[in-house]
Design a protein. Structure first.
Length: 138
């Protein structure tokens, strides 16, 4: 959480598939990440989320998810509340290549991909999504 860089050090932040692990604290962007970025720096984030907020793990996903998943995965509105006021030209959308990316991942022989196959069948498009956030620092 304490990143070892000087303030105004970076021109951009690009974070793919990890922001949700460390940034669910409501003030993370403003207090931890924003100070490291120069004014008008590019912000590009992609991370998994949910089609809508879920407070308990659905029965059809209990084999694959635990409560920690729901503490890290949230819906688009949840993320908008935490980021929009801190990023100019803020945009958040579902990632268009979600299905294609998962198809590619699930057909490879990586052991984690093999484990994910059943989870994605169980999800069937009901819960999981990937978001993209773009904009500039204020």
């Amino acid at each position: 959480m304490a990143l070892p860089f000087a303030n105004d050090y970076f021109d951009a932040v690009v974070c793919i598939d990890s922001y949700h692990f460390f940034a669910t604290d409501e003030n993370y962007f403003d207090e931890k990440l924003r100070p490291l970025l120069k004014k008008n720096s590019d912000v590009v984030l992609t991370f998994p989320g949910l089609n809508y907020e879920i407070s308990t793990v659905p029965s059809d996903m209990k084999e694959f998810w635990d409560d920690e998943c729901l503490s890290k995965w949230h819906c688009i509105e949840w993320w908008r509340e935490r980021l929009e006021s801190s990023i100019s030209n803020f945009k958040i959308d579902k990632l268009e290549c979600f299905d294609e990316s998962w198809r590619d991942w699930l057909t490879c022989d990586n052991p984690y991909a093999v484990e994910d196959r059943e989870m994605m069948r169980a999800d069937g498009g009901k819960y999981m999504v990937f978001f993209k956030v773009t904009g500039k620092t204020k």
